[in-house]
Design a protein around this ligand. Structure first.
Ligand code: FES
Length: 165
């Protein structure tokens, strides 16, 4: 019975909760004597705001604030930033439309790239040596004042080559 309940819980967890780069914190709790557990993967969040500067496709600089633990995709959504096509798969590592380009010093501070993110990045238009996927980057205080450039065009690999979805 406990196994069935655990499987039902797992089936209702959103796919994005299992995104490897969202794994700033992974916690698992095993209840001894009962064959059930909970597992949750998410970014740590706090209330100390961090300033992020986005450079839009037209060169416009947009300065917003996010909470440590928010992904850059979270910030774009929360601040209702109008980056056409950005974050199409809602952070499930299935599109590469959240491609962002960073200065080298910022890029080095973003943490390692997972194989899954690298696979998606390979499909992004305008890939650079300092490209990352915004949905996979969790904001930290050390990123205060960072600049993230939105590439001139986006690629959503979920669309067919003729442009239809
Ligand atoms: S939003 Fe689709 S890969 Fe980041």
């Amino acid at each position: 019975m406990a196994l069935v309940a655990a499987l039902r819980r797992l089936a209702h967890v959103k796919l994005r909760d299992y995104s490897p780069r969202m794994a700033a914190v992974t916690s698992s709790v095993w209840l001894t004597g009962q064959r059930s557990f909970t597992s949750r993967t998410q970014c740590l969040r706090s209330d100390n705001k961090v300033t992020v500067n986005f450079i839009n496709r037209d060169g416009e600089k947009i300065t917003v604030k996010g909470s440590p633990g928010d992904s850059l995709l979270d910030i774009v959504i929360n601040e209702d930033l109008d980056f056409d096509g950005f974050g199409a798969c809602e952070g499930t590592l299935a599109c590469s439309t959240c491609h962002l380009i960073f200065d080298e010093d910022v890029y080095k501070n973003l943490g390692p790239v997972t194989d899954e993110e690298m696979d998606m990045l390979d499909l992004a238009y305008g890939l650079t040596d300092t490209s990352r996927l915004g949905c996979q980057i969790c904001l930290t205080k050390s990123m205060e004042g960072m600049v993230a450039r939105v590439p001139e065009s986006v690629a959503d690999i979920r669309q067919s080559k003729d442009g239809s979805s």
